[in-house]
Ligand binder design. Structure first.
Ligand code: AMP
Ligand code: ZN
Length: 728
């Protein structure tokens, strides 16, 4: 029987169904005013493995997963002051219900692609407001909640068990945890909202005995879990961020209402990090499933990746590890495919089967040791167990793993013409006419098929999306994978270096204008395609095929600006490097004047748009002036490549572009170089889309953080400023 870590008892406990034979499980489901990110999906995969593990023990699992379509009370929404997607949809005249339905459908699609067994019910919060009000009213009657000005609050001090899940018991902890909400109507700042009065103009609202309003966040899960599973049920799941305040609140509500313990086992999944840090939209690392699919990677490779870490440990997602998972999954499928042609009609060996099944099940039952179960599967794959026994065991393993490995034969089916080609080829091979046999293989490969010869037979299957994708061009997943040419000699006079991520029209304008004014100089244009997904990558490939002076480095997903620039600079081979932003257009010969200026050994950086400061806290642009500056803006930033080993590469902690140019300029200044602007350089600035498409709050936040990074490093280096330099 499955044993799970219970956050409530802080112990690993056996799941003992309250009703024999049936396990009732509730999973905190998605908030549907945005896509679920892959971290959210990891927590649904955990619930799926719990369910599958229980079903392997012949238990019936009743699984409920709610849909949060009243997201108003969520802290993140309060903090962000609204959501851009929602705002855009509203601008198109969509109702909140339509938006919620749209994201609900996408969520269900994601679950399907990940082979997550659908819950029996996906109840929506908006359909259960009467149930929420019923609980709220009873809590008020019992003296556990109070009403003020149309709001109803749970009075935390009245519920003895408050804090038993999260351990947030001391008043200080709680205050710390709820500090974002400062509501003068609350008797105690720890109290949380059950019902909130509707403000003027609110669309989503319901009548209640204390006036029109809408429910708090935690109450929906009390109402829906009790409605569908009763006031005693077995397992409740969510991510660790749900422990407090969400689940702590849910316990207070549900137990205050039912008068007894409601949930036996609370199971929480640890977070998925991305590129080593918490996922956040503003960091550009909040990936969704379609980001994975866009790279030709099977969503089940993500499922595989999640199997490699136990649910209660953090897992760091990188595209490098995801691709490794994709390759492993493909290898596994190919093995299954070959075994199915090697059984020779023999049946599985019952004793071997039961032995391996026992080993597998005890790993799964051991607090979902999926990494162990996966390792056992590979051990089996590489063992000398007979193919038919392997197939039978893999079918059993896959009931829990859910990798769809035994569907391979269906996925690998080919049209009859292809089968005919293969038998022709076999005839040629039989006659030892290998030239003809090879040409058939080559033409099948061109039409998208893989031919594999073995001692027993020749097999053919379609190439997977992933294999097709691998044939297009090489992509890197991280900076460390990209080789550095920094120690190599100059190969050309000039490098124009560009980091591009989408906005094809801008990229094209920028690249074409650079080529136009480079004329027949000894030059190269190096573009880092930083995870474009709008066709910019293909356009760049096409352009590079036509003009050998263009070199493109593809990154499979957008890296931070610091990393992208580091890749760019590691790859440049020109004596002089001119970095240009895709929002600018070269409108005349900038290259001659730049090369001329940089002949002066005291000058480190030149470009048209300088910045000055007198105190490091406020930079202002050179306002069309030329001469000594304190920093050069990234729109056009030129220097000698040989300086890089001395000043270093830009810092990768700058994920967002803003103020990275200040920081990089100061690296030159710190080595004693001057930053000199030439305002006459003919460069036109067009709309800077990366900036203009950000909401104001995001701009402020991201800029402020980067400025902090800059000041942390350079805040006490006022000595470097032009205004403090001795004249002469
Ligand atoms: P939400 O849509 O924000 O309500 O989150 C849905 C589920 O995903 C909740 O159970 C969260 O606890 C969980 N979750 C949120 N972020 C992550 C993450 N980075 N990794 C794993 N699970 C997460
Ligand atoms: Zn919940």
């Amino acid at each position: 029987m499955l044993r799970l870590y219970n956050t409530l008892s802080k112990q690993i406990e056996e799941v003992r169904p309250i009703e024999p034979g049936v396990v009732k499980m509730y999973t905190c489901g998605p908030t549907v005013y945005r896509d679920a990110h892959i971290g959210n999906l990891r927590s649904y995969l955990m619930a799926d493995w719990i369910r599958r593990a229980l079903e392997l023990s012949d238990l019936n699992v009743v699984h409920i997963k709610n849909i949060t379509d009243v997201g108003h009370m969520r802290q993140e929404v309060l903090e962000q002051g609204g959501d851009k997607v929602i705002a855009a949809a509203r601008a198109e005249g969509k109702t909140p219900a339509q938006i919620a339905q749209f994201y609900t459908d996408r969520f269900l699609g994601d679950e399907l692609k990940l082979n997550i067994i659908p819950a029996q019910e996906f109840p929506k919060a908006t359909d259960h407001v009467p149930e929420m009000l019923e609980i709220t009213e009873r809590l008020v009657r019992r003296g556990l909640a109070y009403e003020v000005g149309g709001n109803v609050y749970y009075e935390v001090g009245k519920f003895g068990g408050y804090g038993k899940l999260s351990g947030n018991i001391a008043e200080g902890d709680l205050l710390e945890a709820v500090r974002v909400e400062a509501d003068p109507l609350k008797r105690d700042p720890r109290d949380f909202t059950l019902w909130k009065a509707a403000e003027a103009g609110r669309e989503l609202k319901w009548p209640s005995i204390c006036g029109e309003g809408f429910p708090g966040w935690h109450i929906e899960c009390s109402a829906m879990s009790i409605k569908y599973l009763g006031s005693r049920f077995d397992i409740h799941t969510g991510g660790v961020d749900n422990i407090f305040p969400h689940h702590e609140g849910e316990i207070a509500q549900s137990e205050g209402y039912a008068g007894e313990q409601v949930v036996n086992i609370w199971t929480h999944g640890q977070h998925l990090l991305a590129d080593g840090v918490k996922m956040a939209k503003s960091m550009g690392n909040s990936f969704i499933l379609s980001d994975i699919e866009a790279q030709g990677i099977d969503p089940l490779a993500f499922r595989y990746l999640c199997l490699t870490a136990q649910y209660d440990t953090r897992l760091n997602f990188t595209f490098t590890s995801l691709k490794a998972a994709q390759r492993a999954l493909l290898r596994l499928r190919n093995m299954v495919w070959q075994w199915s042609f090697q059984t020779n009609g023999s049946s599985a060996d019952a004793e071997t089967v039961s032995q391996w099944q026992g080993r597998f099940k005890s790993l799964v039952d051991d607090n979902l040791n999926m990494p162990g179960a996966l390792a056992l599967m590979w051990e089996l794959a590489h063992s000398d167990v007979s193919p038919s026994t392997k197939l039978e065991l893999l079918t059993y393993f896959d009931r829990v793993l859910g990798l769809n490995i035994t569907n391979v034969l269906g996925d690998y089916a080919v049209p009859s013409e292809v089968v005919n080609e293969i038998s022709h080829r076999s005839e040629h091979r039989g006659r030892q006419d290998y030239a003809r046999a090879d040409s058939i293989r080559a033409s099948l490969a061109d039409s998208g098929y893989v031919v594999q010869d073995s001692s027993a037979a020749t097999l053919v299957r379609p190439k997977t999306d992933w294999e097709m994708r691998q044939e297009r061009w090489h992509t890197y997943s991280s900076e460390v994978e990209v080789p550095s040419f920094m120690d190599e000699d100059d190969r050309v006079d000039l490098t124009v270096g560009i980091v591009a991520c989408n906005y094809l029209d801008d990229v094209r304008r920028c690249v074409e204008s650079a080529f136009k004014w480079l004329g027949d100089r000894d030059a190269e244009v190096v573009v880092v395609d930083n995870g474009s997904s709008d066709g910019t990558d293909e356009w760049l490939e096409g352009a590079a095929a036509e003009d050998k002076r263009l070199r493109v480095i593809h990154i499979d997903h957008p890296l931070g600006e610091g990393s992208a620039k580091r890749i760019l600079l590691k790859q440049c081979l020109g004596k002089t490097v001119v970095m240009v932003d895709t929002s600018v257009e070269v409108e005349g010969d900038i290259f001659g004047p730049i090369e001329g200026a940089l002949e002066d050994e005291t000058i480190g950086v030149t470009g048209p748009f300088g910045l000055r400061t007198t105190d490091l806290h406020h930079f202002h642009d050179g306002e069309g002036e030329s001469g000594d500056m304190d920093a050069m803006q990234a729109y056009c930033f030129a220097f000698r490549r040989e300086r890089l080993n001395e000043v270093g590469l830009p810092r990768q902690t700058f994920r967002f572009y803003r103020n990275l140019d200040l920081d990089f300029s100061f690296q030159f200044k710190a080595q004693g170089y001057r930053i000199v602007a030439d305002a006459r350089l003919p460069v036109a600035q067009h709309e800077h889309r990366v900036w203009s498409e950000l909401a104001e709050a995001e701009r402020d936040e991201l800029s402020r953080k980067n400025y902090g990074r800059f000041l942390d490093r350079w805040g006490d280096r006022a000595d470097l400023l032009t205004c403090n330099r001795p004249k002469g």
